[in-house]
Design a protein around this ligand. Structure first.
Ligand SMILES: Nc1ncnc2c1ncn2[C@@H]1O[C@H](COP(=O)(O)OP(=O)(O)OP(=O)(O)O)[C@@H](O)[C@H]1O
Ligand SMILES: NC(=O)c1ccc[n+]([C@@H]2O[C@H](CO)[C@@H](O)[C@H]2O)c1
Length: 199
């Protein structure tokens, strides 16, 4: 059985979830694991000196639990998919390739996770578009006034610097392109990888 782990990283509101869900729909025997599902409870996330809750750091995430889920998938992809309510996809010819799509804003900053990827993508968008998209999103808890400029953007710059210092084989994607175009580009790329690893 062959297994492929694809990383869809990117800035907040870069379009990671949209792209990942699209890939899951089109790639047989694929499943998305989202880093956003591993945030710690608000009661244990501390505030910085400005009173902003420090959500944009690995410390705010249960990375141990996320790694455990990925480990379970690696041991038994089919069983893991079934446990998540995804039956094996038999719509196409039988396939022995399972694809795990891991998406999140700090997936390449966590060393043990970063080493697992067969391919890494990073969705980036300009500051203004990022701020606009983020302002129309409601998180739990919601962003307090000034959170984007006072905390989210400076943390993005900091986290990105660390990522660029430690990881070098990332394919950067322009998140302002149409979502259909991003999907078809990445899908074709992954299908090419599947072909190569088949040999
Ligand atoms: N290619 C695109 N072009 C324009 N808007 C997009 C595109 N992809 C996603 N969006 C929009 O941007 C917003 C964020 O998208 P999405 O939830 O996929 O991003 P994300 O990177 O997963 O965000 P998060 O920071 O919550 O992890 C949504 O409103 C979505 O509809
Ligand atoms: N619990 C959450 O999902 C949560 C709470 C508060 C803030 N966030 C934001 O999610 C983004 C990553 O997708 C980060 O920029 C967090 O600020 C998430």
């Amino acid at each position: 059985m062959r297994k492929l782990i694809i990383g869809i990283g990117g800035m907040t509101n870069g379009g990671k979830t949209t792209l990942s869900k699209g890939l899951q729909e089109l790639l047989r025997n694929s499943l998305v694991i989202s880093q956003d599902n591993f945030f710690k409870d608000d009661s244990v996330v501390p505030a910085d000196v400005n009173g902003f809750k420090q959500y944009d750091t690995l410390d705010a995430l249960h990375m141990d639990r996320m790694m455990a889920d990925i480990g379970s998938w690696q041991e038994d992809p089919q069983g893991f998919m079934t446990s998540r309510g995804h039956a094996e996809d038999t719509a196409f010819e039988p396939s022995n390739v399972f694809v795990l799509i891991v998406e999140g804003f700090l997936i390449f900053n966590h060393g043990p996770l970063n080493t697992l990827f067969n391919k890494r993508y990073f969705l980036q968008i300009p500051y203004k578009i990022c701020k606009e998209r983020r302002s129309s999103r409601v998180y739990v808890p919601p962003d307090p006034p000034g959170y984007f400029d006072g905390y989210v953007w400076p943390m993005y710059l900091k986290n990105r610097k660390v990522m660029e210092e430690t990881v070098n084989d990332i394919v950067f994607l322009d998140g302002t392109k149409k979502s259909e175009m991003l999907l078809s580009t990445v899908l074709a790329d992954i299908q090419e990888i599947l072909k190569v690893t088949e040999r």
